[in-house]
Design a protein around this ligand. Structure first.
Ligand code: FEO
Length: 174
């Protein structure tokens, strides 16, 4: 595997791993505040990010590279508010999109069309995740301090929790 591509793929593994840990911390915070629907959504989102990480790990190893499993940096345990949680989530997703775009650039520069093809799945995934995060943040801002609205929001979010893909499918299509 091209060493420059391997390096950026490993950087992306670290990014997906830190996303998973960050969203897990948000889920735990929401659960402690009695926001069970929000917690369910965020726990599922954390699982989804772990799946994103595993898909990259398997790809790097199967292509003859060496995946590097990153250590865990302790995320925050307190958040100012529900809107603060989703503001952080959106800005985190925007930074993930930037790193995916950088990965696409490197693949093209190095003429690694196989990895370029593989990474298109992440390009589409980022589009969906950013759009979802923006929609949720808009709703949270609309609700403000309205407790009835918050109750309904929390209940609805539980129903829209992402169903994480099976890890066994992590290399499907590779
Ligand atoms: Fe895997 Fe939400 O970025």
């Amino acid at each position: 595997m091209n060493s420059r591509v391997e390096k950026v793929l490993n950087e992306q593994i670290e990014k997906e791993s830190s996303s998973s840990t960050f969203y897990l911390a948000m889920a735990s915070w929401a659960e402690s505040k009695g926001l069970s629907g929000t917690a369910t959504f965020l726990y599922a989102h954390s699982d989804e990010e772990r799946f994103h990480m595993l898909k990259l790990v398997k790809f790097v190893n199967e292509r003859g590279g060496t995946a590097i499993i990153p250590g865990i940096t302790t995320p925050p345990s307190e958040f100012d508010s529900l809107s603060n949680v989703f503001e952080l989530l959106l800005s985190h997703e925007v930074s993930v999109t930037e790193s995916i775009n950088n990965l696409v650039d490197v693949c093209l520069q190095e003429k690694d069309y196989t990895t370029h093809n593989f990474i298109q799945w992440y390009v589409s995934e980022q589009l969906e995740e950013e759009a979802l995060a923006r929609t949720i943040l808009d709703k949270v801002r609309m609700i403000g301090d309205d407790n009835a609205g918050l109750y309904l929001f929390d209940r609805d979010l539980e129903n829209s929790a992402i169903q994480p893909d099976s890890v066994n499918n992590a290399t499907a299509g590779v």
